[in-house]
Structure formats: structure tokens, C-alpha cells
Design a protein around this ligand. Structure first.
Ligand code: ACO
Length: 345
């Protein structure tokens, strides 16, 4: 892309959403047959009943391309008008080429610049922050942000502490230039990282498609997690980050129509909801059917919230991500869609 630095000041607008979940459903009963756990333990400790796994020949880029096309269809935006594709992912098809470059090619975004972003489950909101900065600086007009993961390929399916959580999917959003006079757009971001907790959540390899043929990554290359430590971190930052944003904007939780947090564990969200005073009808939770899809979880949840009638044009959203790094990323944004609404699947 060639940035137009002379563009007048404008606001970045959350203009469209789309998601994709692979077809294969993996129930808790299936996991029960492999490791020493129970459906009841998984449901009460995490809120998850089933999750989706990619097909053996399906990659992060494949899923991201479908989600990206759904975002563009929802906006009514031709792919030739996309300036930038950012793919936040912990499971890229390769270290290079960037998965984003494959996605841009697949959807026909011929003039787009494209790169991946690594911030684990905070990646989607980190990428929204970059997209906002690019649009508001006049560097890009239309930025496609697509989180996509094949976590099933880097999960140790014999480790009962992690295999119950992680899943596959993709979700995306279009960040586009809005009129500074009429667009509310992204009001604020709160991004952070604390590398002192780096060893509490680790994934040594990416989502290389050869892993599928090998039946997944070897156990010592799979996700390792200190669950209770990550749980404590997540509950703390979800509350602190959300509160910091609201205080900075002189807003209260009553000003937020819907909270969409990283879908890691229902107990993390319930704890934060209690501390922040979020009523259940204003907290979106799709863990039961989709598990933890890392950087795909927030955009998948947003698209599903829209399709379920829980998200309407003009709604004020609080997005909160947290994960490996350890990282966190939150934003307050008004949903201002372009075009007609489309079903995500
Ligand atoms: N089934 C049955 N028992 C289990 C299972 C299981 N699947 N997993 C662990 N246990 C056992 C443990 O062995 C332990 O037994 P013990 O007391 O005899 O030692 C007991 O259950 C309690 O274990 P904890 O780990 O303390 O259980 P906890 O209630 O913390 O739940 C969980 C574990 C679900 C992993 C939780 O800690 C969690 O959700 N943590 C946050 C995870 C997370 O959000 N990670 C992703 C962040 S995002 C990213 O960037 C990828």
C-alpha cells in the first residue's frame, strides 16, 4: 500500500465483523475417553461443553480467509479496497511467509500490505489498536484484522489441564476511516505486557501444516500452562484494565452495552463481572460451544453476538483480552457497521 499522509484527520470505526468455526465438534465426552476427567469437572471449572477442531488439511490461513471474506461481505467492501491485513495468531502457518500475506492473496486483496502479530490471546485487541493508529494517522483507509488459530495442533491431548480448553476457529473485523464529526469509533485502548510471567503460558512452536500429518506437535512442543497462576493474572488484569479504561473516559459500566472478553474460562469472566458490576445479559459468553480459541475468541464472539441479536449498531462495547506474554489489551469502542448484516456461518 502507499500511505496517503495528506488525508484529513479522521476516526477509526469498527465497521464489520465475521467469523468461522470448523465443522468438527469435540465434546467433553470425547475428551473423557482420552484423559482422566469428567464432563461435569470441565463444565463447572471452565464453562466448556464442546469445542471445534480444524480438519487435518485445514490451516490457520484457510480459516482466516473464510472469516475475512465474511467480514468484507458484511461491509459490502471489495477486497481490492483493503489496504492492510493483520493476522494476530499464535499458530501461524509458518514463521514466514506471514499468514496474513496468504490471506490477502486468497481474498484478492492485491494492494494490501500484510503481516502477523504475536501477542497470544491479547493479539486481536493489540491488532485493533494498530489498525486504529494506522487509520487515524492516514496510513491506511481499510484495515482487516483477522484472528485465527489451530490450537488443537499444538495442544498435548494427554494433558488434562490444557486439552479441555483449547480449540480452533477464526474471526475478524474491519477497521475503516470514519468521519471525525460523526464517527465515535475506538474511544480508548489499554495495552500491556508483563514478561516476568513469560514462563506461565508457553507455546514453543507455531501451526505448521505438517503437524497435522504428524498428528500434532510433539508433547514437549505443545502449550504449557500454569493454570492457577494464569487464572489469577487474568482475573486481576481483566478488572484493572477495564476499570482503567472506564475511569480514563469518565464512563461507568452502565455506559457499556456489551462486554466481550477473551473466552478463556467462564469463571474468569464471572469473577470480573461480579467485581465490575456487569449484569449477565451484558456479558457475552460462547465458551460452552467454542472453548478457548486465543486470538480468534473475541472476534468470533463479536460476530456471534451480532447474529444472536445481542449486538446492535451504535452499541458501546468493552473488549478485554489477556493471555501469554503475559499480555493484556482492552478497548472501548462503539460498533458502527457499514453495509447490511450477514450471518457469520
Ligand atoms: N479434570 C479433572 N481434574 C483436573 C483437570 C481435569 N481436566 N485438570 C486439572 N485437574 C485437577 C488438578 O490435577 C488438581 O488436582 P489436585 O488438587 O489433586 O492436584 C485439581 O484439579 C485442581 O487443579 P487446578 O489447576 O488448581 O484447577 P483450577 O480450578 O485452577 O482449573 C484451569 C484449572 C481450568 C486450567 C484453570 O486454572 C484456568 O482456567 N486457568 C486459566 C487458563 C487460561 O485462561 N489460559 C489461557 C489464557 S489465554 C492464552 O494466552 C492461551
Amino acid at each position: 500500500m502507499t500511505p496517503d499522509r495528506s488525508a484529513p484527520r479522521r476516526r477509526a470505526r469498527l465497521a464489520a465483523l465475521g467469523g468461522y468455526a470448523p465443522a468438527r465438534v469435540v465434546t467433553n465426552a470425547e475428551i473423557e475417553r482420552r484423559v482422566d476427567t469428567t464432563d461435569e469437572w470441565i463444565r463447572t471449572r471452565t464453562g466448556i461443553r464442546e469445542r471445534r477442531y480444524a480438519a487435518p488439511d485445514e490451516t490457520t490461513a484457510d480459516m482466516a480467509a473464510v472469516a475475512a471474506e465474511r467480514v468484507l461481505a458484511s461491509a459490502g467492501l471489495p477486497s481490492a479496497e483493503v489496504d492492510m491485513v493483520i493476522v494476530p495468531t499464535a499458530t501461524p502457518d509458518a514463521l514466514f511467509p506471514a499468514t496474513a500475506a496468504i490471506v490477502a492473496d486468497r481474498i484478492g486483496a492485491r494492494r494490501a500490505a500484510a503481516y502477523d502479530l504475536s501477542a497470544a490471546c491479547s493479539g486481536f485487541v493489540y491488532a485493533l489498536a494498530q489498525a486504529t493508529a494506522l487509520v487515524e494517522a492516514g496510513m491506511a483507509g481499510n484495515v482487516l484484522v483477522v484472528g485465527s488459530e489451530v490450537l488443537s495442533r499444538v495442544t498435548d491431548h494427554d494433558d488434562r489441564a490444557t486439552c479441555i480448553l483449547f480449540a480452533d476457529g477464526a474471526g475478524g473485523a474491519l477497521v475503516t476511516a470514519g468521519d471525525a464529526e460523526t464517527t465515535t469509533g475506538f474511544l480508548a485502548f489499554d495495552l500491556g505486557a508483563d514478561g516476568s510471567g513469560a514462563d506461565q503460558l508457553v507455546l514453543p512452536v507455531g501451526g505448521d501444516r505438517r503437524l497435522a500429518a504428524a498428528g500434532g506437535a510433539p508433547a514437549d512442543a505443545c502449550i504449557r500452562m500454569d493454570g492457577p497462576a494464569v487464572f489469577r493474572f487474568a482475573t486481576r488484569v481483566m478488572v484493572e484494565s477495564a476499570q482503567r479504561l472506564l475511569d480514563g473516559l469518565s464512563m461507568g459500566i452502565a455506559d457499556i452495552d456489551l462486554v466481550v472478553a477473551h473466552q478463556a474460562n467462564s469463571r474468569i469472566m464471572d469473577h470480573a463481572a461480579e467485581r465490575l458490576g456487569i449484569p449477565p445479559e451484558r456479558l457475552f459468553n460462547n465458551l460452552e460451544l467454542f472453548g478457548n480459541t486465543s486470538s480468534a475468541s473475541i472476534p468470533m464472539a463479536l460476530a456471534q453476538a451480532r447474529d444472536a441479536g445481542r449486538l446492535s449498531p451504535g452499541d458501546m462495547l468493552l473488549l478485554v483480552g489477556f493471555g501469554g506474554g503475559l499480555t493484556w489489551a482492552s478497548s472501548v469502542v462503539r460498533y458502527e457497521p457499514l453495509g447490511e448484516e450477514h450471518q457469520w456461518a
